[in-house]
Design a protein around this ligand. Structure first.
Ligand SMILES: NC(=O)c1ccc[n+]([C@@H]2O[C@H](COP(=O)([O-])OP(=O)(O)OC[C@H]3O[C@@H](n4cnc5c(N)ncnc54)[C@H](O)[C@@H]3O)[C@@H](O)[C@H]2O)c1
Length: 341
């Protein structure tokens, strides 16, 4: 039975507490938040949970094996460092840290300490994203040409991070995972329409090895909530709509073939294929439950699907997106440190 302490009981922390509490191999011993009201709320839900406004009560508790961090990103680094130095395994919400150098130091610290460091990139634990990955891996889509995603809605405006750091961690994590690759460069434009100097809309293009393009739109300023990803391959195409409850993935047997031509003018001939549309059945287990169980399994020896290195690769892309936006969309090459070779 692993004992867990959770720091941060705002919007997301309670989801993690609920899932860990429901796992048979874990006990959530203590929860911490700066707000007494949030702690009272947690105690109403779980009367046996110890609560504290001082997160150090968790860090310094020798009975606690692992610390879950669900606080604002600017606090992740220091909390995670303290927890690892105190000998705890760490599950840290996404994005891992707010700066690349902090991410590098944290990953190295966890490695040296031999502690599990996992990042809450929840989408890599969803059935839909794993199905897309399987379809790519099995060759069913053919060679992937490009991916485009929209993650847009009205709000929630953040005042400490821009829309890229809020929403794009999901897309970069998903794309790196389904392509089993990482971007080599990025070009991005973003604007701050509502809050000064905090971009609320960004259009980002990532270039992956093998001429794969990925485009993502992230916005807090859109009338509709859209969570859509299109993957276009040489054999088939698919649309993954995360809002849809029953038809999250539609696979289109559509494509364009170049017809071999023998005429004297050497005209380029194309044939368009319009085949069936299929909708795979997906497991409906809660991704967060799978993610929390995976964290426990990793403490017991498994390799994290979204470990510190995955989290750090996401940070490097986010940082490059920021730099490209600052340079009016210039292409920025992403340099990966040796530890990620
Ligand atoms: N994986 C996902 O899908 C997902 C979804 C939402 C949020 N998140 C992530 O979860 C984290 C938290 O986001 P949120 O929306 O819950 O934020 P939030 O602002 O609603 O909650 C954060 C809480 O942390 C508390 N806190 C801050 N510093 C603390 C400290 N030193 N000790 C104890 N408590 C402290 C605050 O009082 C607040 O209640 C962020 O990293 C965010 O990116 C992940």
């Amino acid at each position: 039975m692993l004992k867990i302490g959770v720091i941060g009981c705002g919007y997301w922390g309670p989801n993690l507490i609920r899932n860990f509490i429901n796992l048979k191999d874990a006990q959530v011993k203590t929860a911490s938040d700066l707000s007494e009201n949030r702690l009272k709320h947690m105690n109403r839900l779980y009367p046996s949970l110890a609560v504290t406004v001082d997160y150090k009560d968790i860090i310094n508790d020798p009975e606690i094996d692992a610390v879950v961090i669900a606080t604002p990103v600017s606090t992740h680094y220091e909390l995670a460092v303290e927890a690892i130095k105190a000998g705890k395994h760490v599950f840290c919400e996404k994005p891992l840290t707010s700066k690349v150098d902090e991410g590098i130091k944290l990953v190295s610290l966890a490695d040296k300490a031999g502690k599990t460091l996992m990042v809450g990139h929840t989408f890599v634990y969803t059935a839909a994203v794993n199905k897309v990955r399987d379809l790519i891996k099995s060759g069913e889509l053919g060679d992937v040409y490009y991916i485009s995603t929209s993650r847009v809605n009205l709000g929630l405006f953040q005042d400490d991070i821009n829309v890229v750091w809020d929403l794009a961690p999901h897309d970069v994590s998903i794309m790196n995972y389904i392509l089993e690759s990482r971007p080599v460069s990025v070009s991005a434009v973003g604007y701050s329409y509502i809050q000064p100097k905090i971009q609320d809309v960004a259009f980002v293009t990532l270039r992956y090895p093998g001429s794969i393009l990925a485009n993502l739109q992230v916005s807090w300023l859109n009338p509709n909530k859209i969570r859509a990803t299109t993957v276009v391959g040489s054999r088939k195409m698919l649309v993954y709509d995360d809002i849809s409850s029953l038809e999250k993935i539609r696979i289109y047997d559509k494509g364009v073939d170049v017809i071999p031509h023998y005429d004297t003018f050497g005209e380029f001939q194309l044939s368009y294929r319009y085949g069936d549309i299929s909708i795979p059945k997906l497991d409906d287990a809660e991704p967060l439950k799978i993610e929390c169980q995976h964290f426990l399994d990793c403490i017991n020896g498994k390799t994290p699907r979204s470990g510190g290195k995955h989290g750090l690769e996401v940070l490097l892309a986010l940082d490059a997106i920021d730099r490209s936006m600052a340079a009016n969309g210039a292409e920025i090459k992403i340099e990966y440190p040796e530890s990620l070779a």
